[in-house]
Design a protein around this ligand. Structure first.
Ligand SMILES: [Ca+2]
Ligand SMILES: [Ca+2]
Ligand SMILES: [Ca+2]
Ligand SMILES: [Ca+2]
Length: 402
């Protein structure tokens, strides 16, 4: 499916499912692999002196399958700047139950567990697609841990043109690597952040045809990535929470989006950049976007802000709070520190439409009269109990909801 840039076309709506399912398959041959999948150079807190500084984060992916006994896949990362070793960090990883197997069509199902940090954290392994693959339906998948992101404590800030290398090696006593070809990654710092980001642009509730108090939730969102040394797996889920409880979660674009890596935007002016992102809903055209970090600074990223998903038929009562949350699909890159604040947005229904039919009209007037003098009820628009001010407000809003 080709989409024109700048047009907010509907991508996914029909398949509303829980985002994780459980299936088991025949036991495959044992395999394991650790991989340095990405390096990010992200803005950090400028601090009281206002010094701009970058933090380096490295993402490691681990796959394991067909092991009937626990396997030790602990690793260490050595960081070099301009060829000089500057830091070593590690993580203890024991895969405790990855005997399940994924087969060729079990992407999305659970396949075992792993423990990190000596059991401090136990995570579920999931059958995630081996990207890139087109068409998506034919993807092979392997049993993977959620990506691990580790901060690299550099002794001094990166300077422009610094050459950063990350090398992964098995920890002493851990299982050796069978595929060392993906155990290193490097990046030349260009003085700007190397990052990815997902963000919500807007959220809209529109009355659903199924009845009162039912709404379709339209989410406009996007992603951007810039100056990354490797392809970026940006698969995204959208969850809807009602009063703090998740009611639905969808996989967007059939579960995968992959930006090719290496895209660079010098200006945030909407000009096309890169070859676009491959995804389960076709090639997504990308252009240079403005991206704000958590500290209020702006950066340029190559991405799109025009993806739309409609999650149909959600019940929303007048005083409900609805929160829309973007999440990485298991197996996709986690959000980076420095770019987390645009992943959640509250949606509210039109407050004067008390009966939830999309109009402010006679039904709402009748409802308001029914609430007369009551406090803390839907018609109490000013938190001072229902009275003449609320009546005037409702009549002033008469007609279609804005
Ligand atoms: Ca490897
Ligand atoms: Ca974000
Ligand atoms: Ca109404
Ligand atoms: Ca009032």
């Amino acid at each position: 499916m080709k989409r024109s840039s700048g047009v907010c076309a509907l991508l996914v709506s029909a398949a509303v499912v829980s985002c994780v399912s459980e299936t088991t398959f025949a036991q495959p041959a044992p395999m394991h692999n650790r991989k340095v999948s990405q390096i990010a150079v992200v803005p950090s807190d400028p601090g009281p002196r206002g010094d701009a500084f970058f933090d380096v984060w490295v993402v490691v992916e681990i796959a394991a399958d067909g092991h009937s006994a626990p396997v030790d896949l602990s690793f260490e990362l050595d960081a070099f700047v301009n060829g000089i070793p500057v830091a070593t960090v590690g993580e203890q990883v024991i895969v405790t139950g990855a005997g399940g197997g994924c087969g060729d069509s079990g992407c999305g199902s659970g396949c075992g567990t792993a423990s990190l940090g000596g059991g401090a954290l136990v995570v579920s392994m999931i059958c995630a697609p081996d990207l890139p693959c087109v068409p998506f339906n034919d993807c092979d998948c392997s049993c993977q841990m959620p990506p691990i992101s580790l901060p690299i404590p550099l002794p001094q800030p990166l300077r422009p043109k610094d050459y950063l290398e990350i090398l992964l090696r098995p920890s002493p006593g851990a299982l050796p690597e069978t595929n060392p070809s993906d155990d290193s990654l490097d990046l030349t710092h260009n003085g700007k952040p190397s990052f990815w980001n997902r963000k919500i642009e807007s959220v809209e509730l529109t009355p659903a045809p199924t009845g009162p108090n039912r709404f379709d939730v339209k989410v406009t969102w996007g992603f951007a990535a810039n100056s990354l040394p490797a392809p970026a797996s940006l698969g995204t889920q959208i969850a809807v929470e009602r009063n703090g409880v998740e009611v639905v979660c969808i996989d967007t674009c059939g579960g995968w989006i992959q930006a090719p890596g290496g895209e660079e935007c010098m200006f945030c002016d909407g000009t096309p950049c890169g070859p676009g992102a491959e995804s389960g809903c076709g090639n997504l055209p990308t252009s240079c976007q403005l991206v704000e970090d958590a500290f209020g600074d702006f950066h340029c990223g190559c991405g799109t802000d025009s993806l739309c998903d409609v999650i149909p038929d959600i019940e929303v009562l007048p005083l409900d709070t609805v929160e829309i949350i973007l999440k990485p699909i298991p197996g996709a890159l986690p959000e980076l520190p420095g770019f987390p604040e645009d992943d959640e947005e509250e949606a509210s229904r039109c407050p004067w439409d008390l009966d939830g039919d999309g109009q402010v009209g006679a039904g709402d007037l009748a409802a308001l009269i029914g609430f007369w003098t009551q406090c803390g009820v839907p018609a109490d628009f000013f938190d001072d109990c229902v009275g003449a001010d609320d009546l005037a407000e409702l009549i002033g809003r008469w007609g279609p909801c804005p």
